[in-house]
Write a protein that binds this ligand. Sequence first.
Ligand code: BGC
Length: 761
Amino acid sequence: MESYLVSSIRHSSTIDLLKSSVYCRYLNTLAKLKTKKDFSAQIKILLHKMTLEEKIGQMNQYSGFYDATGPVPEVGNASLKIEHLKKGLVGSMLNVTGVDKIRNLQRMVVEESRLGIPMLFGFDVIHGLKTLSPIPLAEAASWDMEAIEKSARVAADETSASGVNWTFAPMVDISRDARWGRVMEGGGEDPFLGVQIAKARIKGFQGEDLSAHNTIAACAKHLAAYGFVEAGREYNTVDIGTNTLFNIVLPPFKAAVESGVSSVMNAFNILNGVPATGDRFLQRQILKEQWNFSGPVVSDWGSIRELVIHGYAKNLEQAAQQAINAGCDIDMESYGYIKHLVDLVQEGKVSEKLIDDAVTRILRLKFELGLFDDPYRYCNNKREKERLNHKDHHAAVLDIAQKSIVLLKNENNLLPLKKDQDELLIIGDLADDKNSPLGSWRIASDDHTAVSLLEGIHQYIAKYTFEQGPKIFDDSIGFRDEFKMMGSDEEGIAKAVTAAKKAKMILMVMGEHAFQSGEGRSRTSLDLPGDQLKLLKAVYEVNQNIVLVLMNGRPLTIPWAAEHIPSILVAWQLGSQTGNAIAKVLFGDYNPSGKLPMTFPRSIGQVPIYYNHFSTGRPQKIHEVFWSHYIDEENSPLFPFGFGLSYTNFDYSNLKIKVSKTKGVNVLVNVRNCGDRQGEEVVQLYLHDRVASIARPVKELKGFKKINLAPGETQEVEFTLGDAELGFYNHAHEWVVEPGKFDVMVGTNSQKGLTGRFTWV
Ligand code: BGC
């Protein structure tokens, strides 16, 4: 078969190539390389044919601004962008979905530009395209890597069917600060869990073969430390030391590279004085040189331009120079590369070698995706029609949604509710909401398509009463607009209280609206927004049989509820199947197994609060005043990392530790389901290196296993610890494993388990 590349070169370049021996050699090489997936020969030939301007065009990325069936400019200079497309000066686009649109844009480039190099189409598929999975923070609560991989697979299947070949996900930023709105988009506070999730999601997106029509390129973002923005304020500065950078922030990126992630996105924030987009140390030294990453680094939206605003470059030209020299290969919507790189190369300020390296990375990805064989590989109308919202996808996201729910409290065993319940009072605006449960970051989805909680419950019981209570969000202003707080609603509260007086059982549904988290949605309070706490207290006054379901995009501060309300479920924003998933848990068809991937604080003043902190010099009360504490709050969290209950109970016993210099440390524990219902438990192993060349955290997650036990069943769970678990990065950025004493804890959350110790020699 003649490759598309060949035909495009023939079509668009001059006859001399056809006559040249290069062409013949190319054909031979192509045939040989077909199975090896080493595209360097093809890339070399292509690079040789490209003008400097065309090379830089590959590094230029534009946002969709254009309805491909007729130009409808929305932002920017649309006609200039079209001109650039036709001249082959755009290597990739973002924010375009749909087979027809993508085919038309691709055709414009392939048929009208001189070399006809196909474009990449990137899109933020953060938790699904049409069929939505839970928000990533919720998925992290499942601790179920198989289900997470499957969820990313669903997203890849739909995304590829809609013409897109590249997702800007997974976001692998670790964060300890729930004020930051983007915690909803990540895997929580812990690097070990974050590493596993990064791997699972990349595998789900990219599959075994990137050139398959149903897989897409992934992008690990945001390099680096965006999750550590000061005070949790969006786009703010980050100032962290070597220990946090190497031991907490970078591991998921490194794991992503080792898993073959196709691309990496840099970040908006300044890190230790240098904006990440202009940071040579991060992008060239660590990512490309030390980790051998061979894919492209894409800037974040306009982040090259923002180097000027940061005070790191005097103008866009210098910003472009700094970004390319630092290792940023693709300019997303800054126009810095397209405007200035040619001159910068000609003036000798940027080496053409760097341009060739960047273009090589971009072309390689296009080859890997199979775009040179068929630039319309992802443009199949039939597939688009069949795959979007496929029923199998809904089954997969229902599975992960139920697994993401965390049971925080179940006093008096109010839960599960009885299926023959003859009445139920449901209170709360969010119970009837089909939009908010879809979550933030869902730009291609259809509004109001989630199964609401009321709809889910309706499948179990016919008789229930619903009281909306105060509205928490004004949906009429358009869901993507700024969040608008609703005023107080005494009448709504009074109606709910009247209904509560007569009710046998009350389900209260509260939390945040989806668009109170996500990008640009930092908060200074983690309390239930609006009048919700007032409503909860007023209802509790008259009736205490309350099950509280929280829908939230981040950890919330709920100390009053935690003390008074007998049963609490954290249901996050669970995507398309929200109502079905919560109802299954409420009525006991799924026994909750989720565990918190982020600490729930008692109060906002404790933030950042995380389990893997260091010991202060005065951790215990050794004096009335002079020890590490607050005078107005406890140190401990409200609910710790890894916490989550089940409708059954698990008993841990018989912790055994065997140390072998050759085989590593073997840790065994027996876990027994001592309740009367089948259940899943996430068995967690934490380590503490007692004395080291740099102080180590009081504990660190180093292993977990999710097991499924029948009533009365016992399972021996085994962990093996080797260099990867025992070591750490020291201040010289070196991975070291130091001999000495270690404490081990194996248990049900980061604060409860069996403890033991061993010596590593
Ligand atoms: C976000 C990125 C995203 C990009 C493109 C930026 O605002 O920070 O995560 O991929 O926009 O939509």
